[in-house]
Design a protein around this ligand. Structure first.
Ligand SMILES: Nc1ncnc2c1ncn2[C@@H]1O[C@H](COP(=O)(O)OP(=O)(O)OP(=O)(O)O)[C@@H](O)[C@H]1O
Ligand SMILES: [Mg+2]
Length: 411
């Protein structure tokens, strides 16, 4: 673990402890209500209401404070972690050689630096926490329900099964369609970018209608997928209302019978239904959170693909006190890794301080390649390049790049 991550991890642990304490207060509340109903309300004892009422207020206030504290603690480590990762990635990208940037599409790097990092941040800041919290809450509530009155507890457990099953299926489809919408929005953005950059060309060639049609197609695609997404959620959330309500009706009916027979107190039944409804969200969101975890892992993999690439060009330690600008190519050869034929073969060239040299040649002759060897955008495959007698590979990269200036073809 990198040392700068340590303070964030400490904070994360505090946040988790706070969250667990928060769950305890949530569960405690129905239990207090149970005491109120079975005690003061049942016996018509108004005086007994006060301590329990104060306790309820205290627990409620504690819950609010815990939520406030958790959120306050959460913001900094999560955003800080994202910033640290982002800086790391950017710095690494700057150090990677030209060859790497040639092989990777800029869009791929861009999506790693933005979307993948946000996915990881969302999981670390929200998903992971709620995953653990929900599992704990579901476990604790289930034990309580079975403990209170096991026949109804089993009924509630049985109703959880279809919810888990549907939400797992729903989330898988939902993630897939969200991805699709995102990709299509990306395509749309690319079209806007292209037409903004190429507006002169588009106008010069009279391609306005063609460009419009392409954009229109892409926009309609986004519309279609977004509508599918909304339909899917509408179906799922309706389902999510139905099952718990049917279960609630059954629990109230069977619970009332049990109260009549004296197997259950009225307060316990009220506590039971309240606790039972507390299960709905943690259970339903399980699928979503698991999908989020999966996504975050994919994103971390995608990020690591870049971070694990070792910079091929590392600087030496040499410096030049007073650069004079004496450049020599000594038997330099260069071949691109992916081609058979060398671009340069046994090049000898000396440029003395103050001299100006023009290199002229056909397109593809290797002029750009030759000049790229001096600031070490690439390294020769044979021979060496020296500045004031120092092999450029022995020079520290900062020194080297301060003594070599490049003016590009485009002004
Ligand atoms: N990244 C690369 N991978 C493989 N081959 C490459 C790569 N970059 C350039 N080449 C090849 O190396 C040769 C030399 O290219 P270079 O760009 O140095 O030519 P140039 O003389 O600068 O041409 P121009 O006058 O068009 O700028 C060309 O045949 C080119 O196709
Ligand atoms: Mg060139």
């Amino acid at each position: 673990m990198k040392s700068y991550l340590r303070p964030y991890v400490t904070r994360l642990i505090i946040i988790w402890l706070t969250a667990i304490a928060g769950i305890a207060t949530v569960i405690a509340f129905p239990l207090i209500i149970e005491r109120v109903i079975d005690g003061p309300v049942h016996h018509g004892d108004a005086g007994g209401l006060l301590p329990l009422g104060l306790l309820a207020i205290g627990v409620g206030a504690l819950e609010a404070l815990l939520i406030l504290f958790r959120r306050y603690m959460q913001v900094r480590p999560v955003l800080g972690l994202e910033t640290a990762l982002r800086d790391d990635l950017y710095e690494h990208l700057q150090r990677l050689p030209m060859g790497f940037h040639g092989d990777w599409q800029s869009g791929q790097l861009l999506s790693r630096a933005t979307t993948d990092l946000s996915t990881i941040r969302r999981f670390l800041g929200f998903g992971m926490l709620f995953l653990v919290m929900n599992v704990l809450q579901v476990g604790a509530v289930t034990v309580l329900l079975l403990n209170k009155y096991w026949p109804l507890g089993l009924l509630v457990l049985a109703s959880v099964v279809p919810i888990v099953w549907t939400s797992l299926r729903f989330e898988k489809r939902y993630i897939r369609i969200s991805r699709q919408v995102q990709d299509e929005q990306g395509d749309l953005a690319t079209l806007v970018e292209e037409s903004a950059i190429g507006i002169r060309t588009i106008k010069a060639f009279g391609r306005r209608h063609h460009v419009y049609d392409r954009y229109d197609d892409a926009a309609r695609k986004v519309y279609g997928s977004s509508m599918d997404k909304v339909r899917l959620s509408a179906k799922f959330f309706s389902f999510l209302e139905i099952i718990p309500n049917i279960t609630l009706a059954l629990v109230v009916l069977l619970g009332a019978l049990a109260v009549g027979e004296g197997a259950l107190t009225l307060g316990a039944l009220v506590a039971f239904t309240t606790l039972m409804l507390q299960l709905v969200w943690p259970v339903a969101s399980l699928g979503y959170l698991l999908a989020m975890a999966q996504e975050a892992m994919t994103s971390a993999d995608r990020l690591m693909e870049v971070m694990d690439t070792v910079p091929a060009i590392e600087g030496g330690t040499g410096t030049i006190e007073e650069p004079r600008g004496h450049l020599r190519f000594e038997g330099v050869g260069f071949r691109f890794a992916d081609s058979e034929e060398p671009v340069l073969r046994d090049v000898w060239l000396e440029v003395r301080p103050g001299e100006t040299v023009a290199i002229v040649g056909a397109t593809g002759a290797g002029k750009t390649t030759l000049t790229a060897l001096v600031p070490r955008l690439i390294d020769p495959t044979s021979g060496r390049v020296t500045i004031d007698g120092h092999d450029v590979r022995d020079l520290d990269l900062k020194t080297l790049r301060s003594v070599v200036a490049t003016a590009f073809e485009e002004p």
